[in-house]
Design a protein around this ligand. Structure first.
Ligand code: GRF
Length: 197
């Protein structure tokens, strides 16, 4: 049976779209959950006939209350895998331990973790950056790496042009990684992820 996937996203949702578009994932996106009222990803989910749920951080006084509501929303959809597709909030240890979670990040981790990876890579002057898909652990952007693709930085790149090229890679690498999970082909061994044949 296909895996049940819940996608968490905060923004435009182009990575969520890449998952919604892919017919051979080996799983179904059963819901898209966002923390931002009016996020572009909501319309994308609806257009794909997928349930869109908003647990708006602004509706809650504190992080704990918000995360309890988020956890309840995700748990109600009983996912086999949670996918962070541009989800811009840090999740508690309890949330992270509850489900397998994959995240896509616009740098070659462990270089440039955090919310400003593209800008930070440019500011550092590196010549090569890239995209990482990894399992989520308690420490931010530090979990076992499933897949990475490198990308050369051009002399005239701006954060915008570079991020656009990185996103093109993300839109391929995230669905590929999710498909490997759905096919039970990812085995985490300590810090490493072995891809089974
Ligand atoms: C992506 O670059 C993702 O790696 C980063 O945020 C961006 C989200 O873009 N964490 P989108 O909402 O999927 O278009």
């Amino acid at each position: 049976m296909g895996k049940r996937l819940v996608v968490l996203a905060s923004g435009a949702g182009s990575n969520a779209q890449a998952l919604l578009d892919r017919r051979d994932l080996g799983g179904d996106v059963v819901a898209v959950v966002t923390d931002v009222a009016g996020a572009g990803v909501i319309d994308r989910a609806r257009a794909a006939d997928v349930e869109a749920v908003c647990v708006d951080r602004g509706d809650f006084e504190d992080r704990t209350g918000w995360e309890a509501a988020l956890t309840e929303s995700v748990a109600a959809r009983d996912p086999d895998l949670v996918v962070l597709a541009g989800f811009m909030r840090i999740l508690s240890d309890a949330f992270v331990r509850r489900w397998p979670i994959l995240n896509v990040h616009p740098s070659l981790l462990p270089a440039f973790p955090g919310a400003h990876a593209v800008r930070d890579a440019l500011a550092h002057g590196v010549k090569v950056t890239g995209v990482t898909v990894h399992f989520v652990v308690e420490e931010v952007d530090a979990g076992p790496i499933v897949a990475q693709v490198a990308l050369g930085i051009e002399a005239d790149d701006t954060p915008e042009t570079l991020h656009e090229r990185l996103k093109t890679i993300e839109h391929r690498l995230l669905p590929e990684s999710v498909a490997l999970f759905c096919a039970d082909r990812l085995r985490v061994e300590g810090r490493s992820v072995r891809i089974l044949p």
